[in-house]
Design a protein. Structure first.
Length: 327
């Protein structure tokens, strides 16, 4: 079996040394290393430090687009994505390979340890402690227990999946882990193992609301997530999977309805009117796909109390509840 490691290194290189070092220490050497970046020289310096050979692909792609490109060029059977600020434990590939030989899963996800921006271990969210096989039949039930789709650096993905959906992934903006997870479920079972075989860095990413100062950037990401989730709905027909997508889609739709302003400086804005929000929320609430939360009531009342006031109330609530997970 051929195993490949895929590194994303765009506009952030502070932790790249740690990521590359963790690849060089693997007890099971990867057959292929592909590094996608916008700075070849920065990547090359780190590779030379560890005497590591890799293919450097300097292309401007969205993060989902990177995996779409991987589907076109990778010769591996399974690929292991690694964000440039995350770290693999040294026996990760060796352990995961045994699971992949035993059963042919489309995707395998493992647990993660957490480190902060200073590489010190920290706590964040609790993860399931039991092995779970997720299929289209139990996806909606399992999704409500825990967001198994989080953290791309905890995935082992069958490369044929990325090949099949290469064109679709290239059309997406940012929602990489959720998109791959849902597309994988559409093709077959996913295995979750509670073994913590990597380190996810809290506080350095572009999707984590760790301070209110980051809110404008995170709002831009939420706009992209809403677009990507809406795009996924066009690709998936299974009703249980559509429930999962609808839940995530509307959670972002609600946030951007309340927080988007004409002064937003996002490269992409997903526009949503009050009528659209009302129509979709009634559909999802009556079908018990999305709960009747305070934020939704606030959105419903926004024409009466004023959108600016609703925005300020919701923003204050968000900032008082930091840290706030993106899903």
């Amino acid at each position: 079996m051929k195993l490949g490691v895929i590194v994303f290194a765009y506009r952030r290189y502070h932790y790249l040394n740690d990521a590359i070092a963790s690849i060089s220490k693997q007890t099971r050497t990867p057959n292929e290393i592909l590094i996608f970046t916008d700075n070849r020289s920065a990547v090359k310096q780190v590779l030379e430090k560890y005497n590591l050979s890799a293919d450097i692909i300097e292309e401007e792609l969205t993060i989902p687009g990177v995996l779409g490109r991987v589907g076109e060029i990778s010769s591996s059977d399974y690929v292991f994505p690694l964000d440039d600020d995350d770290v693999f434990k040294e026996n990760k590939l060796e352990i995961i390979e045994k699971y992949l030989y035993k059963d042919s899963y489309v995707l395998l996800k493992h647990g993660m340890e957490f480190i902060d921006t200073n590489s010190k271990t920290t706590t964040w969210i609790m993860q399931p402690e039991e092995t779970v096989v997720i299929t289209t039949k139990n996806a909606w039930i399992e999704f409500r227990k825990f967001p198994y789709h989080m953290w791309t650096s905890s995935f082992a993905i069958r490369t044929k999946l990325l090949s099949k959906y290469s064109a679709e992934l290239k059309k997406m903006l940012r929602l990489i882990d959720f998109a791959v997870f849902i597309l994988a479920l559409q093709e077959g079972p996913i295995l979750y193992v509670p073994l913590k075989l990597g380190y996810y860095r809290v506080g350095s990413g572009h999707s984590q609301l760790t301070s209110c100062d980051k809110l404008p950037e995170i709002i831009c990401n939420w706009n992209a997530y809403a677009y990507d989730a809406a795009f996924l709905l066009k690709l998936v027909n299974n009703n249980d999977l559509r429930k999962v997508i609808y839940y995530l889609y509307f959670s972002h739709l609600l946030k951007i309805y309340l927080l988007n302003t004409s002064q937003s400086r996002c490269n992409f804005t997903y526009n949503v009117s009050y009528f659209t929000l009302l129509k979709k929320s009634l559909f999802l609430v009556t079908r018990k796909i999305y709960p009747l939360r305070k934020a939704l009531l606030l959105a419903w009342l926004s024409p009466l109390i004023g959108h600016k006031r609703a925005k300020n109330i919701y923003q204050k609530r968000l900032c008082s509840n930091i840290p706030f997970e993106r899903y």
